[in-house]
Design a protein around this ligand. Structure first.
Ligand SMILES: [Zn+2]
Ligand SMILES: [Zn+2]
Ligand SMILES: [Zn+2]
Ligand SMILES: [Zn+2]
Length: 213
């Protein structure tokens, strides 16, 4: 038996420690002392903070909102799953991004060739650049930046990087542009049809694609 202690790599959130121990440490929000959650234990305080539903679920057709970043993250982790997808970013003649989503590499390749008249050799770059990684890896759609954002980390760190990025926008989820079509979550909720594409309005996105079984 060797005396080596096993190397334990703890998840990133357990490694959070106060940045410094000066007097302003109270203002540093950590995952263990979320002020919203503390307030919510008091129903009167919870009612007052009704209007502070800051974090909205980013997944299409899900309208859940959360006061607390942890609950929002937990919700997206537990309720949704991002499949590998390709978002077509080719600009059409009518000066709009194509903005269609494909869940198979071959289907997107076909689309590039048939719809956009790409030669086989020209499909390589869009296949790489427009790929959304499975379960928040490689690259993800940010509806506030309104573009795909490349991740620096991998695994659960990549997922955390995505949450941090979206949270720092401090923007309402109704302004979130969906990856498919040309509507924001707010517009979808209000039933607005922007009449894009081939005269076809994407009224309802297939929620089943996003729900984890
Ligand atoms: Zn909380
Ligand atoms: Zn959701
Ligand atoms: Zn396209
Ligand atoms: Zn962004």
């Amino acid at each position: 038996m060797t005396g080596d202690a096993p190397t334990i790599s703890s998840p990133p959130w357990t490694q959070l420690s106060p940045i410094n121990s000066t007097n302003d440490s109270a203002s540093i929000r950590t995952r263990t002392d979320c002020l919203t959650c503390v307030e919510s234990r008091n129903p009167a305080e919870a009612a007052k903070s009704e209007d502070k539903l800051t974090y909205g679920c980013t997944f299409p057709t899900c309208t859940k909102r959360f006061q607390c970043i942890d609950k929002w993250e937990r919700h997206e982790n537990n309720k949704h799953f991002q499949l590998e997808a390709w978002r077509c970013s080719v600009w059409n003649a009518d000066n709009h991004e194509c903005a269609r989503l494909f869940y198979h590499r071959s289907k997107y390749t076909e689309h590039l060739r048939d719809e956009h008249k790409f030669k086989k050799s020209e499909t390589e770059n869009p296949l790489k650049e427009n790929r959304i990684g499975r379960n928040g890896q490689y690259q993800y759609w940010c509806g506030h930046c309104r573009k795909l954002v490349r991740l620096h980390n991998q695994g659960s760190d990549a997922w955390a990087e995505r949450f941090e990025h979206i949270a720092q926008h401090e923007q309402d989820i109704s302004d979130w542009l969906l990856p498919e079509g040309h509507r924001t979550k707010g517009e979808v909720a209000a039933g607005v049809c922007v009449g894009e594409g081939d005269g076809e309005c994407i009224e309802s996105l297939d929620l089943n694609l996003y729900i984890r079984e």
